[in-house]
Design a protein around this ligand. Structure first.
Ligand code: SF4
Length: 349
């Protein structure tokens, strides 16, 4: 997954305890100091990098200090989106929204001021008090998404940021951390979350994943890991996402649900819940993908069934036509009821 050969780092990040710890594990790696982890001209906005999209993710790491620490309300997957410990990812899902703000390369940026991030989250949780009533996020805990802009399982290969967050939530009885992942990292099994971290394994039919989920753990491996994670103290949910419409999608999602039903033990099923998320895409990412993985775009870019919407930052986002989306979600709910009736849907959109 990672074979780090170059690090771009803000000086303050290099000097921090977390930065020093990360660099101690990367002896001899070339370091280039940068003023800002957001502005690295040779990485971001350099369209010569499209052809090196995956190689940059393997070989480059960025270290930065997260300056704005803010927790945002969410209300769908989680109650709150916490300031994440990273931005960027070593995997290369063709539909990933994380690179949208970064231009042409999106390696992992690790934020080294993890103590400040944890302190901010603690303060935010304390200020909420106990959760007053159950909602779709959780019956009793405030849920904080800690991995909005990356994959915490992969981050844990190179940094203790994920471990620090799991440890912090262990001591916060009114709250729970939550992150989605497509990578099975057995190191996480040793973190002792004591039920205060929810892992959401993202799944989709394996044929789609082979084309779209580049560099991730195979879907059957993610499903097979669920019981180990539960036994290690995590809550284990599933993200059925993204749902990509194509000929045969209903048959293949039914097959995936049958597989979940066949292989998951009862103790996983009893506590499982799912989010269902239809594909959204983006014109700029479409253009980037045409440069390195055009076959994925045959699935992702389907103007006859998609509509565009300009977002607040001017980007042109693409999603399934309203009617088609509503019908597909309803069909998927039906398939879940038939093939995996134990799988509670927390939300679908
Ligand atoms: S695992 Fe998540 S963050 Fe990483 S490339 Fe895939 S969608 Fe993006």
């Amino acid at each position: 997954m990672l074979d780090v050969r170059e690090v771009y780092a803000e000086p303050a990040a290099l000097e921090s305890p977390r930065g020093r710890q990360i660099m101690a594990r990367l002896p001899g790696v070339r370091v280039t100091e940068v003023d800002s982890h957001w502005r690295i001209p040779s990485l971001h906005g350099n369209d010569g990098n499209i052809g090196r999209w995956v190689r940059i993710k393997t070989e480059t790491l960025v270290l930065g200090v997260k300056r704005t620490l803010a927790t945002r309300p969410n209300g769908r997957s989680a109650d709150w989106i916490a300031p994440g410990p990273s931005n960027g990812c070593a995997m290369a899902c063709a539909y990933c929204y994380v690179p949208r703000r970064k231009g042409f390369a999106n390696p992992i940026t690790l934020f080294t001021n993890i103590e400040a991030i944890v302190a901010h989250i603690r303060r935010h949780i304390r200020a909420q008090g106990p959760k007053p009533e159950p909602n779709q996020c959780d019956p009793s805990a405030w849920v904080y998404d800690i991995g909005e802009n990356g994959d915490c399982s992969v981050d844990a290969l190179v940094s203790d940021n994920t471990a620090d967050l799991v440890a912090a939530f262990r001591t916060l009885p009114t709250a729970k951390a939550s992150f989605a992942t497509k990578f099975v990292n057995p190191d996480l099994l040793a973190l002792d979350p004591q039920g205060r971290t929810r892992v959401r394994f993202s799944v989709m039919p394996p044929d789609d994943a082979r084309l779209l989920d580049i560099r991730t753990s195979p879907v059957p491996d993610r499903i097979a890991a669920a019981a180990d994670f539960l036994d290690a103290g995590y809550e284990v949910h599933f993200n059925l996402s993204p749902v990509v419409l194509r000929p045969g999608w209903q048959r293949d999602w039914a097959g995936l649900l049958d597989h979940l039903d066949d292989v998951l033990p009862a103790r996983v099923k009893e506590q499982a819940a799912a989010e269902v998320i239809m594909l959204t895409h983006n014109q700029s990412l479409h253009e980037v993908n045409l440069g390195w993985h055009p076959r994925a775009e045959e699935l992702l870019w389907q103007p006859t069934v998609q509509e565009t919407k300009r977002s607040q930052n001017g980007a042109l986002n693409v999603r399934y036509d309203h009617e088609i989306k509503a019908q597909s979600l309803s069909r998927l709910r039906q398939l879940i009821a038939e093939h995996a009736p134990w799988l509670r849907i927390r939300y679908a959109f």
